[in-house]
Design a protein around this ligand. Structure first.
Ligand code: AMP
Length: 385
């Protein structure tokens, strides 16, 4: 039997990148994967070319994605990460013409991401016509947020007409990590109240009550909430008005300013946490301030979600920063012993690549590190359909 039999191809098309992974949904075994970056700026002009290149790469490795495709002897599905599901999609969905058109239509809510996702889907359907294509939405886990958490306090009729609400993102990761956390604790998901902190280059927090998301830090777009590598997170909306009115900035300029030139990069000139750490060690004041703002915002959300949930059974860190930066985990939860939250310095030390409890066994709140695995989660959702 070939290595493709029973496997799922997971595609994650970013605005200028394509991440791909061929893996087995049951065991999680990765057959092959990779990343094509700077699409549009290099000899790879678009996602179509990128995906053809991926196919050639698989073929060169003796992995024929078309062999027995759509049967148990071949590739069983292609799972596409789609950023914005809007009001239309609240669960993984088998893609047909109508679904693809709807994903395109939602591009107004995610102009950088949904068009790239749609292109990836289009090419994959063309190259693998017999394989089921499944869209897994980054917003789905937060679709049923309580109205109080999902609603912006703006004109209700306008908001309804234009689908302006808080959607949340990184949902696949929050769902996967919250389930794994409950499993790790040996308790049913329905009995665990938890705070999940997905801290990567993009970052978001969520409050999950008994397996259902009740709040999250990202909103209509992935710009709201925590301080991120290059995104501001929460700001006074009056700042946007001021940038336009008093500084004469145009809408696209403000978009670039808040999404690409803010966050850690805006304050310290550096968005990578490792580089930021090195600057802090050299005594760089701006890097130190950036770190302090980052931690301050994170603690503000932890506090809010502790109240939202009426106390948490678990607080879980995940993604690049959450899994690797011990000082972030320590500083985010420092001084919260009164709330039953304690981090054991020995358990917390260094990078953590396995599900781990970093609080003492007898502490009331379990503080965990659970490595996220969005590709595996997407592959499982796709295979399940
Ligand atoms: P992600 O978006 O989940 O891939 O996470 C990317 C972020 O994780 C970047 O800011 C990296 O600097 C950070 N990161 C990766 N490895 C480490 C590490 N060993 N220590 C601190 N931060 C790290």
């Amino acid at each position: 039997m070939n290595a493709v039999a029973g496997a799922v191809l997971v595609l994650n098309s970013g605005s200028s990148s394509l991440k791909y992974q061929l893996l087995h949904p049951g065991s999680g075994e990765v057959v092959h994967g990779g990343l094509i970056e700077r699409i549009g700026e290099t000899e790879v002009p678009d996602h179509k070319t990128a995906l053809r290149r991926v196919f050639d790469e698989f073929t060169a490795r003796g992995l024929d994605l078309t062999d027995g495709a759509g049967t148990p002897e071949g590739l069983v599905a292609v799972g596409h990460r789609v950023v914005h599901g809007g009001r239309s999609f609240h669960s993984p969905t088998v893609i047909d013409d109508h679904v693809l058109a709807e994903i395109r239509r939602l591009s107004s809510l995610a102009p950088l991401h949904n068009p790239a996702n749609a292109q990836g889907i289009e090419v994959a359907r063309e190259l693998l016509p017999r394989v089921k294509q499944v869209a897994v939405f980054d917003t789905a886990f937060f679709f049923h947020l309580p109205a109080a958490a999902a609603t912006y306090a703006i004109d209700r009729e306008l908001a309804e007409k234009h689908a302006l609400r808080r959607y949340g993102f990184h949902g696949t990761s929050h769902e996967y990590v919250s389930r794994r956390a409950a499993e790790f604790l040996g308790r049913p998901t329905s009995e665990v109240n938890q705070i999940v902190l997905h801290l990567g280059n993009g970052a978001s927090a969520s409050a999950v009550r008994g397996g259902r998301a009740v709040d999250t830090s990202m909103g209509l777009t992935p710009l709201e909430g925590l301080v991120m590598g290059t995104r501001s997170g929460d700001i006074d909306p009056g700042l946007v008005l001021h940038l336009g009115r008093s500084l004469g900035m145009g809408i696209d300029e403000i978009d670039t300013f808040l999404n690409r030139r803010s966050g850690l990069k805006g304050i310290a000139g550096e968005n990578d946490f490792r580089a930021l750490g090195a600057l802090i060690e050299q005594g760089d004041e701006h890097a130190k301030l950036a770190y302090e703002v980052y931690i301050h915002r994170l603690r503000r959300y932890i506090g809010a979600y502790l109240v939202d949930l009426g106390g948490a059974d678990a607080i879980t860190f995940t993604a690049g920063v959450g899994e690797n930066a011990a000082h972030v985990r320590e500083d985010a939860l420092a001084g919260l012993e009164g709330f039953g939250i304690v981090v054991d310095p020995e358990r917390n030390a260094g990078r953590i690549s396995e599900p781990t409890r970093i609080s003492p066994d007898d502490a009331p709140v379990a503080v965990l590190v659970i490595p996220t695995n969005e590709e595996l989660a997407i592959a499982r959702e796709a295979a399940a359909l």
